[in-house]
Design a protein. Structure first.
Length: 261
């Protein structure tokens, strides 16, 4: 009996394996408050051991570490100003030493400053790019060395501003567009052992100082008709950590705002 052409072809073996997060080690930069805290707690709830990086939020870092321990996971905290040369690498290596390994890096530390055109200073530009873009790159570079043998996953927190034009936040948007490109380039270089993805949140947590009318306006102009929450970001994060055939992707979590035009 003659076999069909399909039967003559060798069967491809699936490379999929179940990604276990429980017991794994993770570093979250900017993990002490706001979305960073939500990320930290989501990883703790998944059974991961944590290092929480913070800059000036020492009390919030201690509080977040306590919340992690209440969830049954371990937490250590590391302080650093990631804008300073050498600090991102130090934080990664110190975290790996504290945890005994490093399986996951989440680059969440960032700053979003209103900078209308014509009023942007060189200092503002340099500070923003040092934290939002340069620090993630050097943290990733250090993590690549630490993860070289056992592999791992990196998730960078970008922003919807990477895909839209926000007139009063041009430097911020450019820095976050750089994070998207950084993610793509590193995914290509570091595969197959290390997967690199990003999340671009929309209005999941309003900037401090925004009022209820601003929230209503944002919700009204969002296709899904509501604002998001930090938990929407953590759901995306857990997916990306478990999806072992996804790399180089930026997952936009914005209720559909990027499809408005």
């Amino acid at each position: 009996m003659r076999r069909s052409p399909r039967e003559d072809q060798p069967r491809q073996r699936s490379g999929h394996h179940r990604v276990i997060l429980e017991g794994r080690a993770a570093l979250v930069t900017g993990g002490a408050h706001r979305v960073g805290r939500a990320i930290t707690l989501a990883l703790a709830a998944a059974g991961m051991r944590l290092v929480i990086h913070y800059h000036a939020s020492a009390d919030e870092a201690e509080e977040t570490a306590g919340m992690v321990r209440d969830l049954g996971s371990s937490a250590r905290i590391v302080q650093a100003d990631l804008r300073l040369a050498g600090e991102p690498e130090r934080v990664v290596r110190e975290s790996a030493a504290l945890l005994g390994q490093l399986d996951v890096l989440v680059n969440s530390a960032a700053v979003m400053v209103r900078t209308p055109l014509g009023k942007v200073t060189v200092a503002e530009w340099d500070d923003m790019f040092a934290l939002n873009l340069r620090a993630p790159f050097f943290a990733c570079q250090a993590a690549a060395e630490v993860m070289a043998e056992q592999g791992g996953a990196i998730v960078n927190i970008a922003d919807l501003a990477a895909f839209e034009t926000w007139p009063s936040y041009i430097p911020h948007g450019v820095s976050k567009a750089g994070v998207v490109q950084l993610t793509r380039a590193l995914a290509r270089v570091l595969g197959p052992k290390i997967r690199v993805n990003a999340i671009a949140p929309g209005a999941v947590l309003l900037p401090e100082g925004w009022d209820e009318s601003a929230a209503e306006q944002l919700a009204g102009s969002t296709p899904l008709g509501r604002l998001g929450s930090p938990e929407d970001v953590t759901e995306a994060l857990l997916y990306l950590l478990r999806a072992d055939y996804v790399t180089g992707e930026t997952l936009i979590v914005d209720g559909g705002r990027h499809i408005r035009s």
